[in-house]
Design a protein around this ligand. Structure first.
Ligand code: DX5
Ligand code: ZN
Length: 220
């Protein structure tokens, strides 16, 4: 299993994203997690297409875009054109995920489905053949810096079991409340793509924090 760190820019310095991104590049971080919020699907507004376009110019890191927006089918093409690599859509945000996932694939991008803490992994198993990754939310989406919801490990474990039984090869990403104390536990449960926002950015020792995450993930 390949483990990947996906630092969430939501907690980074929006006036100087390049500086935070350079620290990620220097420390071999593979992904950057980009949280897009519309103030409807979640009670917060963050960033959109123009910022993804600028990020694409600034870095070659994989842009792991997490769309927390109503009816993401309206915008997947725009985010693909802006330079997103992975496009995560919420299961709860649209009537039928399948055509949206197919469209992401047709656009040459990597499709992923995200579930909120109260959604069971069982509801999305039928989508496994359309995705490269499932994203399990371990907090209610909308804000960084919240506490990890223990119960969501059941979704990680259920997906990991299904991954093994089905022989399918999807990644399992986890997002929300992950820090250096609990990352081990989520990896043990089966997650292999780890989002961390406030546990990395907005601190004066960003580099040390990334290195600590890297060494925990490398030991697995
Ligand atoms: C929340 C976002 C997260 C957020 C995580 O809705 O999806 O990616 O940045 O922040 P932390 O790691 O601080 O919980
Ligand atoms: Zn996110």
């Amino acid at each position: 299993m390949e483990y990947k760190l996906s630092p969430s820019l939501l907690s980074a310095d929006f006036a100087n994203l390049e500086k935070d991104i350079k620290v990620c590049e220097k420390n071999n971080v593979p992904y950057l997690h980009v949280d897009v919020m519309d103030g409807m699907f979640v009670p917060n507004i963050s960033i959109g297409v123009p910022v993804v376009k600028s990020l694409r110019k600034a870095t070659n890191l994989v842009l792991d875009v997490h769309l927390m927006i109503v009816k993401p089918e309206r915008y997947v093409e725009a985010f693909a054109k802006a330079g997103a690599d992975i496009i995560n859509i919420h299961y709860e945000s649209t009537d039928d995920c399948i055509p949206v996932l197919e469209k992401i694939r047709e656009l040459g991008k990597s499709p992923a489905v995200t579930i909120k803490p109260k959604t069971s992994y069982k509801e999305v198993l039928h989508l496994a053949k359309y995705v490269d990754m499932f994203l399990v939310m371990s907090v209610e989406p909308g804000f960084g810096g919240q506490s990890f919801i223990e119960q969501t490990l059941e979704n990680v474990k259920g997906l990991a079991k299904y991954r093994e039984e089905s022989g399918l090869n999807f990644d399992i990403e986890i997002d929300g409340g992950i820090n250096l104390e609990n990352v081990e536990k989520v990896v043990e449960a089966g997650a292999n793509v780890i989002v961390a926002g406030s546990a990395i950015f907005g601190n004066d020792d960003i580099e040390e924090r990334i290195q600590k995450f890297n060494s925990i993930l490398a030991s697995h």
